[in-house]
Design a binder for this molecule. Structure first.
Ligand code: HEC
Length: 113
């Protein structure tokens, strides 16, 4: 796992602990959730569940959200391949088309307007 991801994970953990500690001190009963950007955007496409299972173990969905909305299908195909080949993401070859489909239609240039 990359150092950047570890640092990010540590930062998120520190943030969560900080928020919880702050809430306890102030005796506030409400817990602040992280921004929605950290979760994958819900979709009825079958690739949504597969992406949840395969794509957010190492980093949050922030990485997907920060990709250009103009990114076309080959960009997402390359991304999923790179995650598998370079970072050893345990993505099943058979699940890749569905994941790419979900990504390009949710974060890329095939989003409904
Ligand atoms: C085994 C861990 C792991 C898994 C699982 C994983 N990734 Fe990543 N991902 C990384 C790392 C590490 C980086 C940071 C790469 C860098 O900094 O160059 C990254 C970066 C990214 C980025 C940011 C853009 C970029 O090129 O760095 C996107 C988008 C992304 N991943 C999408 C995905 C998708 C989609 C999946 C599911 C198919 C996935 N990741 C699964 C490890 C993983």
């Amino acid at each position: 796992m990359g150092q950047a991801v570890k640092t990010l994970a540590a930062a998120v953990a520190a943030l969560v602990i900080g928020v919880a500690a702050g809430a306890a001190r102030a005796d506030v009963k409400r817990i602040e959730l992280p921004p929605d950007g950290l979760q994958l955007k819900p979709s009825t496409l079958p690739g949504y569940a597969k992406a949840q299972a395969n794509c957010v173990a190492c980093h949050s969905a922030e990485y997907m959200a920060y990709q250009p909305p103009t990114a076309a299908r080959p960009y997402w195909e390359a991304m999923v391949k790179r995650m598998k080949m370079v970072f050893k993401a345990p993505v099943d070859e058979a699940d890749m088309p569905a994941i790419v489909e979900y990504l390009v239609k949710t974060y890329g240039n095939e989003q409904p307007r």
